[in-house]
Design a protein around this ligand. Structure first.
Ligand code: ZN
Length: 237
């Protein structure tokens, strides 16, 4: 009879292990979603940074264009003034000033050309980035959906396992079951019943890996009573 009870406990332990695995998998789901979300957020941040840089460049370009306009206006004024000067000296001084302005103008024009090229580069990069980001978003959505579905399936599986467990428990001697439960709930790994391991004469408990004395091994092998490990109190078989 004890032999049968032991068999039933082994089966129950099996079911409990499966339930435990399912529960752990369900519990780790938010973590999986979060790590996917993190990747997506990172990509978004990179894209925002890129846009920010681009915006800065545009502001700089507008400033340079403003400077250019002001200088061109100045040159116009100086040219007009050329017609009104009275002395050669004044005339030459004005010419020199115009020349300096023109140099500055061509400098700024070159700067603006470089900025325009950079602007193009930004446009291209942004386009690529946006496409990538869209893809990532799509991927995330799909993964999230998949994960939700998986959790539903796991919950379903869990329900079935719990029903299976209930039926199993009904067939076990209630005092033996209570002992099993007491041990199971006290163990981090949820293992309440475990096998003897090792060569005859040198057997140990596979729950705590501690040597089991021969007289206990004998009792386990007789299967006439429930025998517990002296070290971890798990039921031995
Ligand atoms: Zn033990």
């Amino acid at each position: 009879m004890i032999k049968d009870e032991i068999e039933k406990l082994i089966e129950l332990q099996n079911i409990d292990n499966q339930i435990r695995e399912i529960r752990e998998e369900i519990a780790s789901s938010p973590q999986r979603i979060n790590s996917l979300k993190k990747k997506l957020d990172e990509k978004k941040r990179e894209y925002d940074n890129l846009k920010q840089e681009h915006k800065k460049l545009k502001v700089q370009r507008r400033e340079k264009e403003g400077e250019l306009e002001a200088l061109e206006e100045e040159v116009k004024k100086l040219k007009k003034a050329l017609n009104e000067v009275k002395t050669n000296k004044e005339y030459n001084a004005l010419l020199k000033e115009i020349e300096q302005h023109r140099e500055k103008i061509s400098e700024i024009e070159e700067e603006i050309i470089i900025m325009m090229e950079k602007d193009d580069e930004f446009e291209k990069k942004e386009k690529i980035f946006m496409e990538e980001l869209e893809k990532e978003k799509e991927k995330f959505k799909i993964e999230e959906e998949k994960e939700k579905k998986r959790i539903e399936e796991l919950n379903q599986k869990m329900k079935l396992k719990e029903e299976e467990r209930k039926k199993k428990v009904e067939k076990i001697d209630s005092r033996i079951y209570q002992l099993y439960e007491k041990i199971r709930k006290s163990k981090k790994d949820g293992i309440a019943i475990c096998k003897l391991e090792g060569e005859p004469g040198n057997e140990s408990c596979s729950g705590c890996f501690v040597f089991v004395p021969t007289y206990i091994v004998e009792k386990v092998k007789k299967k006439q009573e429930i025998v517990q490990c002296e070290n971890c109190s798990r039921i031995l078989y």
